[in-house]
Design a protein around this ligand. Structure first.
Ligand SMILES: [Zn+2]
Length: 64
């Protein structure tokens, strides 16, 4: 079985708040520990892990 599709190394990130896909083109060097912002709802998110092109994020509770 040949399934070697060279997808562009585009990571995908779904906002845990609004469930929209966040535009990561603003973050070309995204890495765990980085804080990004959802371009849909403005939520601040902490990048926890990038696995298999999926960016896992956690909502940052601001104002702590
Ligand atoms: Zn959002």
């Amino acid at each position: 079985m040949i399934s070697e599709k060279s997808e562009s190394s585009k990571a995908l990130c779904v906002c845990p708040e609004c469930k929209n896909t966040i535009d990561l083109s603003r973050y070309p060097n995204i890495a765990p520990g980085m804080v990004i912002e959802c371009n849909h709802c403005g939520m601040t998110l902490l990048v926890k892990e990038i696995a298999g092109g999926n960016v896992q994020t956690e909502i940052v509770d601001e104002g702590k």
